[in-house]
Each structure stands twice: as C-alpha cells, then as structure tokens.
Design a protein around this ligand. Structure first.
Ligand code: HEC
Length: 439
C-alpha cells in the first residue's frame, strides 16, 4: 500500500530525469555484466508474455515495459513487485486450487526478473532473442453480441478511486442466456474493472430511486451492486473479455435491466469523461443454465451480526454450512468459477470445502486482498458439492489506524469507527459468489 505512493513519487522523478539518462549503462552492463541473464534473451520474453498486455503505450498501466530502456529504468520496481507478488495482479495465492488463466509468475520467472535487476539490467544481444510464440488471437464471439452503453457520460473525480454504478436497459425482448462479457471503456487507463449485474424487472424501481438519490450520473456503490441484483459478467483491465464455461450461460428475462459497476482509478492516470460500452455474448439456449450463488452467513446479511470493532487490526468472521441444503434444495451442485468480495478494510480471505468424508479442499485463498483487483476466477475443472459437504468462508479485516487498502503514505492515519456488514461507504462485506450449475 505504501509502496504505491512511494512508487508514484519515484515515477515522477524518473520521468523528470528522462529515459536518456540511462543509456550509458546499456553499454557498460552489456559488456561488463556477468554472463547469464540478459534482457533480450531472458527478460523480454517474460515481460511480453506476462506484463505488456497492460504495460504498453496507451495501456492500463502507468508505464510501458516494451523496450530494454524502459525495463531497465524500472528494474528495481519490477523486482520488488514480482517478489512481493503484487504484479502481475492476481489475487489467488499458490497451492490452493488449479485455475484456468492463472496469471501468477512461476518461481523461475521471478528468479529471472529479480536476478536480472541485481545484475544491473544487462541488455545482452538482440540476436539472442528466442523465437516468438505466435500470439493467440482473441477467440471470435460465440453467438450474438448485445451492446449496452452507459446511459450518460460520467467524469470520475481526479486523483481518486471510485466505484460507480449505472443502470441501463436490457435491449432484448425474449429470454436470453449470457455466455460472455466484455467492456470497452472510453479510456482504459482509468477503468480498472467493469462488473455487470442483472436487475430483475421487480428490482428496477429501487435502483432508479438510488440513482435519483445520488447527485450526478449513476450512484456511488462502494462494494458491489446490491442484494437485489446478481452477477452477470466481469471484465478486468488486462484480462479482457470473459466467457462462461462451455455449455453454460446465465438467463436474462425480458424487461430486465443491467447495472454496470465501474471501478475508476485516476491515481495513476489523469481523469477524463467515460462512457463505457459493455458487450454481452448471448445464446438462445444452453445445455446447462448456470446460476450465481451468493455465499455468506445469513446472519451477517440479515441482522448485521458481523461486527468489526474500531481499533482492532485483525478481526475475522467465518461461516460454514452445506450449500446444497441452503441453495439447491438438496441437489448436488457443480462450481465452475468463484470470487470473494470484501471492501477496503479486507486483508485476506478463503473458501474451503469440508467434505463429508472429513477432508478439506481449498477452493480459493486470497492471502493479500486488494479490492482493486478482484475478479471471478475459473477453476481448471468444475468441483461438485454433494449433500453433507460444507463450504466454509473466512474473511479478515484491519480496522486499526493503518487499515484499509490503497492508502497513500501522505494520508493521515484513519480514525477507525465500528464497522459492520452493509451497502454504504465504509461498510464491509464477506461474500463469495459461485458460478454454478447442475453437475
Ligand atoms: C492486468 C494489468 C497488468 C499486468 C498484467 C501487469 N501490470 Fe504492472 N501495473 C498495472 C497497473 C494498473 C499498475 C499501476 C499501479 C497499481 O494500480 O497497482 C501497475 C504497476 C506496476 C509497477 C509499479 C509498482 C507497483 O507495484 O505498483 C510495476 C513495477 C509493475 N506494474 C510491474 C509489472 C510487471 C513486471 C508485470 C509482469 C510480470 C506486470 N506489472 C503486469 C497493471 C498490470
């Protein structure tokens, strides 16, 4: 967290010094550097595969990593970020479950980047570049694409992070399955994440009232949209469009609306007006209708029994029950993808399956929670829960003076207040969303 502000300051200094100032080291290090790790042979392929989808000119990250000069300039920051595991952004910790699209670096990749930084960032010989793997093309959409635009333009505040929700009409007049989701922000540098929620026809009036109750376009929605809506798709910067698992989709009845929850971040790029367009891949039918099952202790949600007392720096709450009895009337359920949601005081969380046989299976482990990078992660293979199995959720928060993610070093210590489950700014939550179908 502090690193973030330190980095922002250092970035300004580096920019002022100019990239040219570093050129002499190239000659020195490519001649004198110890044999071994070099930029062209070892480092560039890793950056290309793992970083440049965000760290390119005009990309979502505040600087590009597409040349030796850039990578060398930032090499100490790269070293720190990969050793601490903050880059590439990927919240699930190692050793829990296998996920499709795991973005985390291997131990060897970390050692290469880190060792290269320690050796002074030698460039090496461009001729030693390995053959490039052909880049995989974006798969073409399955089915019809339905575009839903933010109803109005919105100018996010400068130098801040904000979660803002916008209500838009769902344009189709027949029941349709959503099988994929993508988003095109006006400026990718300031939009971190877009999550679409389905608002059933009966929930729309309530959401309109929220919109009208908040000055400006849309409304401020600090965590997730609200309990009357269900998750429909997520897009995160750098990871692009997402697909539902093959053969599955989420039904959208006619007359529904969608809530677009947009996470703006103008702390590393200048604010500009946004009018994000969301695109849904749709199909008239699917083999298995999927559902998003919310998982939390009903007592937290219904009676606010999730106290996080002011001043305590490690508060945790947990809950375990048999999801088939609570959610699927005793039928087995297959889980394809999972996500967890806390807000800015969250520090870590986990989801564990407790089999009726007595064995535990890790489903999701988030060792260092960051609300800015939350995303739905797809399991490499669906996991089936049967009656008698339990699903345990556990969340931890820091409600001390230094608690809260994404705090800046020059910020005053916060004055903690008692916190509980809720929808308003400053409230917390401990919620898992399971993308599930029949096995
Ligand atoms: C999904 C997009 C994405 C990917 C992939 C990504 N980055 Fe970043 N990176 C960002 C953003 C956005 C920031 C701005 C700081 C922030 O918001 O955390 C950033 C910041 C950084 C910083 C500044 C220090 C810090 O930790 O904030 C470093 C260093 C960095 N990235 C290195 C890397 C490296 C090395 C890789 C690949 C191994 C990588 N990044 C992959 C988006 C990405």
């Amino acid at each position: 967290m502090e690193r973030r502000a330190v980095f922002a300051g250092a970035l300004a200094t580096l920019a002022a010094a100019g990239l040219a100032a570093c050129v002499p080291t190239q000659a020195a290090s490519s001649q004198d550097g110890p044999p071994g790790i070099t930029y062209y042979r070892d480092v560039e392929p890793i950056l290309r595969a793992r970083c440049v989808r965000c760290h390119e000119e005009g990309g979502s990250a505040p600087f590009a990593l597409t040349s030796w000069a850039q990578a060398n300039l930032y090499r100490r920051f790269i070293q720190q970020a990969v050793e601490e595991g903050t880059m590439p952004p990927w919240l699930p910790g190692p050793g829990c479950a296998d996920y499709a699209g795991d973005a985390s670096l291997t131990v060897d990749e970390i050692a290469t980047l880190s060792g290269w930084a320690d050796r002074g960032g030698p460039a090496g010989d461009p001729a030693s570049r390995p053959e490039r793997e052909p880049s995989s093309q974006e798969p073409s959409p399955r089915g019809t694409v339905v575009a839903v635009e933010m109803p109005v333009e919105y100018a996010p505040p400068d130098g801040a992070t904000e979660n803002r929700c916008f209500l838009a009409d769902w344009p189709l007049a027949t029941a349709t399955y959503v099988t994929g989701f993508g988003a095109q922000p006006a400026d990718e540098a300031i939009v971190r994440r877009v999550v679409a929620y389905l608002a059933q026809p009966a929930a729309i009036d309530d959401l309109v009232a929220r919109d009208e109750g908040d000055p400006g376009p849309g409304w401020s929605c600090p965590g997730t949209a609200d309990p009357t809506t269900t998750w429909l798709g997520g897009w995160a910067v750098g990871s692009g469009a997402t697909r539902t698992p093959e053969g599955t989709g989420l039904i959208v009845p006619p007359g529904s609306a969608v809530v677009l929850e947009i996470a703006y971040d103008t702390t590393t790029a200048p604010a500009s007006p946004d009018r994000t367009v969301a695109s849904f891949e749709t199909a008239d039918s699917v083999e298995k209708a999927a559902k998003i099952l919310p998982w939390a202790d009903p007592k937290w949600v219904l009676s606010g029994e999730m106290p996080i007392p002011a001043g305590q720096s490690d508060v945790s709450h947990s809950f375990a029950a048999d999801p088939t009895s609570l959610l699927t009337r005793g039928e087995p359920v297959a889980i394809h993808a999972v996500t967890m949601q806390m807000r800015s005081l969250g520090t870590r969380g986990s989801l564990t399956i407790r089999r009726s046989s007595g064995e535990d299976e890790c489903l999701l482990d988030l060792p260092s929670w960051d609300p800015g990078w939350q995303q739905m992660v797809r399991l490499a293979r669906p996991v089936t829960l049967s009656p008698g199995d339990e699903l345990a959720i556990e969340c931890h928060w820091d409600n001390g003076p230094d608690g809260g993610s994404r705090r800046l070093v020059d910020e005053q210590p916060r004055v903690p207040t008692d916190v509980n489950w809720g929808d308003a700014a400053g409230d917390e939550m401990c919620l898992a969303l399971l993308y599930a179908s029949t096995p």
